[in-house]
Ligand binder design. Sequence first.
Ligand SMILES: Cc1ncc(COP(=O)(O)O)c(C=O)c1O
Length: 393
Amino acid sequence: MMHDLFAEQLEALRAQSLERRLREIHTAQGPEVEIGGRRLVNFSSNDYLGLANDARLRDAAKAAIDNLGIGAGASRLISGTQSPHLCLERALARWKGTEAAICFSSGYAAALGTIPALVTKGDVIVLDKLCHASLIDGARLSGAILRVFPHNNLSKLESHLRWARREHPATRVLIITESVFSMDGDRAPLRELVGLKKRYGALLLLDEAHAVGVIGLNGRGLAAAEDVDAEIDVQMGTLSKALGASGGYICGSRALIEWLINRARSFIFSTAPPAAIVAAALAAVDFLSSPEGEKRRLLLWEKIKLMCDLPGTNRAAQSAIFPLTVGDEQAALELASALQSEGFFVPAIRYPTVARGAARLRITVSATHSDEQIRALCETIKRLTGARFERRC
Ligand SMILES: Cc1ncc(COP(=O)(O)O)c(C=O)c1O
C-alpha cells in the first residue's frame, strides 16, 4: 500500500537522523518564544530587526484590512493589484535606488518566476554551490544549462564563464549568487563578481535575502554598501526576514520589471499577496529608510559584534548568521536538544539544507536580544561543547 511506502521512506530518514518534524510556537516572533509550555530564548529566526511583531507593521496591516479586506481576489494582472502593491513597489525601487520593482508572494516565488523569465533552454546559468534552494529550483525550471562553481571560488566561476563563451557564444549567460549566504553567514566577493560579469558579458542575479535590513546604509544590502548596486542586473530579496513581513521582490530596470510582469509565471498565475501583508512590508521599508530604522540596524550590529567578541567566536563579523558546525546529523540534533534543555532555541540544520555530514546549529542574532541573552548562549555552548564557534568567513 502507498501508506506503507511512505512509512518506509520516513523510517529510512529517521535512521539517518534526517527526519523533520513541525514544532508549535505559541507566541509571536521575538527574542523569546514559547514552545511546549516553556519560554526559550530564540536564536532561530531571520527576524533580524525584531519587526515581525512590531506595532508599525501590525497597525499598517490592520488598516489595510479595514480598507481593503483580506483576499486580493485574483492575480495581479487580473484584479489583484490594489494600492498597497503599487505603493510597496515604488517604495522598494526608491529604497534600492532602481528604476522599478516587482513584488511576489515569497522570495521562493520570486526566484521561481524570475530565473526562467531571464534564461531558457540553450542559455547558461553559473551558480554558487551554496545558493539557496529557491535559486537552484528556479535555475532547474528554466531549462538552461547549469554549471555550479565551488562556494565563492572566482577562478572556477571564471573557467565556467570562459567555457560558456567558447561553447555557446550566442547564448545568454546568467551568474546567480547570494550576497550573504543563508546557512554560512559569509559574504560573496561582489566587486570581483561584477568584474567577471562585465568581462564575459554575463547577467548577474544577486539574492540579498540575508543582507537587506542588515548591511549598508538604511539596510539597502551589500551591493549598495560596496557601491556596486548599479552594476547588478537583477537585485532579488525577501520581505520575510529582516523586514519582518512576507513576500519577495526583484528590483532593476523598468524594462526588466515590465518583462517579469509579462513572463514571471509565479507572478502571473498566482493570486496577489494580501493587501495587509503588503502594507506591513511597506511599513517595514519606510521604517528602514528612516533614522530610527538605521538606529535599529546599528543596534543589530552591536549585538553581532558582541557575539563575535565573546570567547570562541573570534572571527570578523559578516552578518547576523553564526553557524556552529557539528558535522554529524545526530550530534547536531543532540546539541540542539541540550541547548533547548538549557532554555535556548537554536535549530539543527541538516541535509538537504546543507551537505551531508555538514550539519550545524544555525544561530541568528537579532537587534532585540539583550546582551545577557547573547552572553548566556555563548557560555552555555562553550560549556556543552568545549568548542569554539567555527565561522567560515
Ligand atoms: C537566500 C534565500 N533566498 C530566498 C529565500 C526565500 O525567501 P522566502 O522565505 O521569502 O520565500 C530564502 C529563505 O527562505 C533564503 O534564505
